[in-house]
Design a protein around this ligand. Structure first.
Ligand code: PLP
Length: 450
């Protein structure tokens, strides 16, 4: 490793960081993380913290997952790369596809299309949805519907269905034919409705109205996260996703579940769709599929869609999409080892138990700290605190206050993620009770600094 002076002098000088202003990064260089063990990370100054961000919702099994590290290094020796474009495959990706078929059977998904990450998986799902309708003889079904506040990655298709202006405005015009409906976000919504069940019904009605306004015969798919993540952890009422499923089926619209963060245990269910008892038509996955150790993802396809593609004799089902790294053997080996370990550890059980501990602790912090306007969670290890400068008016907190809370929380032993007015918490799913206690203690100190 280069020495500390070199790293400090060159930090953020020659690279642009994602989701950040380059000038701001130069003025306030990011923290340099140099090591990690278990659920803890260590920075260049030797300061250690619990990682309550879990990498970026992806290091579900922590930083010391030997089977995945070993699988990667062994695969690098055996076959470091070969393409899966028409004509060639590899042993690991075949094994993984078999494993995913078994894992996703309860979700009704039977085919995988491999990608290099979440944005790629979303893009493939969007594309396959349009192609499905073309094969079926409905080429006019080209539009996409999605939720305001939803996050679907940063490719142009994904950004077009994204429900947050921060990820859209500077890149407009985006894809035409994308329309948004209100999310079941009880703390702030256009209906001023705080009751989750009533709000869910209102949002479902808005969805149906949008469909009838656009014309169902023009809509390819509706995409949603089972629990909205990056938009501030917004768990819907349990009847929301089943309601969406019903509406989509009624109008022949495909349902894409964006499970880039929720697949493989994060919500306390094996998938977010399964948590709500819903079978989507397509599902985007990535992140925890390799525990974040290798960039990889899978777009999953339902049995019914697979049947339409596989029985096509016109040639229209030829898949004109693919990435150089689709089915990368090292990624596939990492995923096989990661999923084996994920099943062995039964991580959703721990995610549910530790998630409850975290959410209950956050409820106490809300009572104690006026800067906390809302807390959200209750479904596994994904929680958020929405910060306000005044609880009554719900005025969002100043950026400087959020930064102060972040610093104080970090200094007292926990890495958190600030996103707009939200603190987002997504610790590894193998976190122990003492780790969650540490997160809560650090947050208590952080919030007190506001
Ligand atoms: C729900 C969801 N979809 C898509 C993505 C994009 O994934 P990636 O950053 O791997 O491209 C993310 C990333 O956080 C996500 O949370």
């Amino acid at each position: 490793m280069k020495d500390q002076n070199f790293l400090t002098e060159n930090n953020a000088r020659h690279m642009w960081h994602p989701m950040a202003h380059p000038a701001e990064m130069q003025a306030n260089p990011p923290r340099v993380i140099v090591g990690a063990e278990g659920v803890r990370i260590k920075d260049i100054d030797g300061h250690e913290t619990v990682d309550a961000v879990g990498g970026l919702w992806n290091v579900n099994l922590g930083y010391s997952c030997k089977p995945v590290k070993q699988a990667i290094s062994e695969q690098l020796e055996a076959l470091p790369y070969y393409s899966t474009f028409r004509g060639t495959s590899n042993d690991k990706v075949i094994e993984l596809s078999y494993m995913l078929r078994e894992f996703f059977e309860p979700d009704g998904l039977s085919r995988a299309f491999f990608t290099s990450g979440g944005s790629d998986s979303v893009e493939i799902c969007l594309r396959l949805a349009r192609q499905y309708h073309k094969i079926k003889g409905s080429p006019g079904r080209i539009k996409y519907l999605s939720l305001m506040k939803g996050y679907h990655g940063t490719h142009t298709g994904g950004a077009s269905v994204n429900g947050n202006a921060n990820f859209r405005t500077q890149y407009e015009p985006l894809l035409p034919g994308c329309f948004h409906v209100p999310a079941p976000y009880t703390y702030r919504n256009q209906f001023d409705e705080t009751n989750p069940e009533r709000l869910s019904a209102l949002c479902l009605r808005a969805l149906e109205e949008q469909i009838s306004f656009q014309g169902a015969e023009t809509i390819a798919a509706f995409i949603m996260e089972p629990v909205l993540g990056a938009g501030g952890v917004i768990p819907p009422h349990p009847n929301f996703m089943p309601g969406v499923r019903e509406i989509c089926s009624k109008y022949g619209i495909l349902l894409i579940a964006d499970e880039v963060i929720t697949a493989f245990g994060r919500t306390g269910g094996w998938t977010g769709s399964r948590l709500w008892g819903v079978k989507p038509d397509l599902m985007a996955t990535a992140k925890a599929i390799t525990n974040g150790y290798f960039p990889f993802g899978a777009a999953m396809v339902s049995g019914e869609i697979a049947e339409v593609f596989e029985s096509d004799s016109t040639g229209n089902a030829m898949i004109g999409s693919g990435y150089t790294y689709s089915g990368h053997p090292v990624g596939a080996a990492a995923a096989v080892a990661c999923l084996t370990e994920t099943f062995r550890l039964k991580v959703p059980e721990n995610a549910a138990a530790r998630g409850t501990q975290l959410f209950e602790g956050l409820k106490k912090l809300k009572l104690k700290h006026g800067v906390v306007g809302d807390i959200r969670g209750g479904h596994g290890l994904m929680c958020a605190l929405e910060l306000v400068s005044d609880q009554a008016s719900k005025k969002p907190v100043e950026k400087e206050t959020a930064a102060k809370i972040y610093e104080a929380t970090y200094n007292s032993g926990t890495m958190i993620r600030i996103s707009g007015p939200n603190i987002i918490l997504s610790p590894p799913l193998v976190s122990q009770a003492t780790d969650i206690d540490q997160v809560l203690t650090s947050l208590d100190k952080g919030l007190a600094s506001a």
